[in-house]
Design a binder for this molecule. Sequence first.
Ligand SMILES: [Zn+2]
Ligand SMILES: [Zn+2]
Length: 254
Amino acid sequence: MNPYKNIVSRLLATPCLACLAVPARHRGFCAACEEELPWQPPGCERCGVALTGVWPDDLSTTRFRPPAPLCSRCLHQAPVFDQCRCTFAYEPPVSDMIRRFKDNAGFAEYRALSNCFTEHFLSFHDDHRVPLPDLLVPVPLHASRLRARGFNQALLLARRLSRQTGIPVLADSCLRQAGTPQRGLNAEDRQHNMRGVFRPLTAPALTPGRHLAIIDDVVTTTATTQAMASVMRNYAATRIDVWALARSNHQTES
Ligand SMILES: [Zn+2]
Ligand SMILES: [Zn+2]
């Protein structure tokens, strides 16, 4: 065995995106870092938030048991979408990588995270025998944000997912109008703040009876995706899923 070949291939290998020390495997991470990534646990059956206790306190003394684990918010009011699934918890190093991707066009981060996202998406549909959606619908950015950033991260995620699954992307489903920033608002205020932010556009692909998957990068309180899902319900979609790269399990963070 040629020892130089080993050294050269180590020098040429792309380093792991999390530790920057060890050569990466196919997903962009070394084996140890990949194991340590903050994969999102199954959580609430509807909105996907991680659950700390199985049942909320106010139900623990009653004989009522819901058929599937739901968070207290979904028990109180069912979300507009059918199901939200996220690949990661919005925690380091994934949260840092998403920021590098969005703020500095970190496309190595984007490739690594979107590969994990696609694998999660496909294995979920396979394991749960849920049919694949008919269309991928990325959450649009407001025009001024799009100009400043130069790209819509949700559209990039949807396009990569589309390339690997063959599911078409519907990029112009609706227009995002200027809203008050969500930072610092609680879940209820965020939902109120998002009302009327998305204006539907004429989209011939949105015929009634479609199964749609809304694609976003980070889900926090679900206010944005619920506002978008309300617009999609107007097209008589039979099922609306939400797929995001990461989920904040602390619902008041931005
Ligand atoms: Zn590593
Ligand atoms: Zn929930």
